[in-house]
Design a protein around this ligand. Structure first.
Ligand code: ATP
Ligand code: MG
Length: 334
């Protein structure tokens, strides 16, 4: 019963977003087709969320969009504010970057999902309740239906917001940083949920900093830099062989691509320091301190507040230089 209308494609061409005379985003063009989700990557401030809001028709006051954005041929930028608002939730839904912005803080999540079934889809109370319970169970919140948003963690709020969006059944779903702050297991759960939305025929635009999320969603990947879409292509190609310099640097910076240092053999030191002394101003924190941490060993430093515990750790990590003494790290760890 959720949204029988399924759109085939969203096309963005020549999109520019300005604040008065200042252009913030320019020349953004891509097509998002059924079964081929689009994921936008890019540094903070590169314009990803503004592109999402331009499509939604919810740009902040003072910002305006030019260009053409069509959903199966219908120009989204050309309509009146009333036509734009009529699409919200029903045709296009956005999961905002902060999940609690999508939820009503004064209402239990059961009510927030249930009222979508009741008022948007016109179901009776009993059926709306049953659908609400199914939607919340599907995102792992079946036992928390009576909670208010402030009683839930950020990840739970994110999942509750996904349940509301799913209930609305919009054809085009825009997820802005849907896995922000989630641990790996919850992140995978959200990605799986989004993939299912794609399988059900929804158009999905995701914005993320997480390259693993982009890889898991597949489809097409775009990279934004300084307000421009500098690269766009199939996920496997962009993530494996990015062409643009910035896209290459961004993808190479993924922690999953960092080289790992070989560990020393068991029982050998990973880091050892001798004759360390350190002071700040007049105060000497420690003198002639020697410490070593061997592979597999747990070393604790205990002492009163201000005695220099963190400073020892920072010296071992190479973040702070000792006044005297030497630090040796196992190969690859320096
Ligand atoms: N209401 C506004 N008025 C003027 N400039 C704005 C406004 N909102 C955003 N900007 C500017 O537009 C640029 C792009 O912002 P946007 O929120 O799209 O970045 P983003 O890529 O989503 O970043 P993040 O990854 O941090 O969410 C930024 O330089 C930001 O300062
Ligand atoms: Mg953003």
């Amino acid at each position: 019963m959720n949204a029988p209308v399924r759109f085939q494609a969203l096309t963005v061409s020549g999109l520019a977003i300005s604040a008065g005379m200042t252009t913030i985003v320019s020349d953004v063009a891509f097509t998002l087709a059924q079964g081929r989700p689009v994921t936008l990557l890019g540094a903070s401030g590169s314009g990803k969320s503004l592109v999402a809001h331009a499509i939604m028709g919810s740009l902040p006051t003072g910002l305006s969009a030019r260009g053409v954005i069509t959903l199966d041929g219908q120009d989204l930028l050309a309509g009146t504010p009333a036509q734009t608002r009529a699409r919200w939730g029903r045709t296009i839904a956005i999961l905002p970057q902060e999940p609690w912005l999508a939820l009503d803080p004064t209402m239990r999540i059961a009510g927030q999902v249930g009222e979508v079934h009741q008022y948007l889809h016109g179901l009776g109370l009993a059926e709306a309740g049953a659908r609400m319970r199914a939607d919340l169970a599907e995102v792992g919140l079946g036992d928390r239906t009576q909670a208010y948003p402030h009683e839930l963690s950020g990840g739970m709020c994110q999942r509750a917001a996904i349940a509301v969006t799913h209930a609305a059944g919009a054809s085009l779903l825009i997820a802005d940083e849907p896995t922000k702050g989630l641990d790996a297991a919850l992140r995978d759960g959200v990605v799986e949920r989004l993939r299912r939305e794609v399988e059900q025929g929804r158009l999905l635009l995701t914005i993320t900093h997480d390259i693993e999320v982009a890889a898991a969603l597949g489809g097409m990947v775009g990279v934004m830099h300084d307000g421009a879409l500098v690269e766009f292509g199939p996920a496997e190609q962009v993530l494996a062989e990015p062409r643009h310099d910035y896209a290459r640097a961004l993808i190479a910076a993924d922690p999953a691509k960092w080289s790992t240092s070989p560990l020393p053999p068991a029982g050998e030191p990973v880091v050892s320091a001798s004759g360390l002394s350190k002071g700040f101003g007049e105060k000497t924190l420690f003198d002639c301190l020697s410490i070593s941490v061997k592979r597999g060993e747990i070393v604790a430093i205990v002492g009163p507040s201000g005695c220099g515990k963190t400073t020892v750790g920072n010296i071992l990590l190479g973040l702070v230089a000792p006044d005297q003494g030497e630090v040796e790290r196992a190969a690859g760890g320096s």
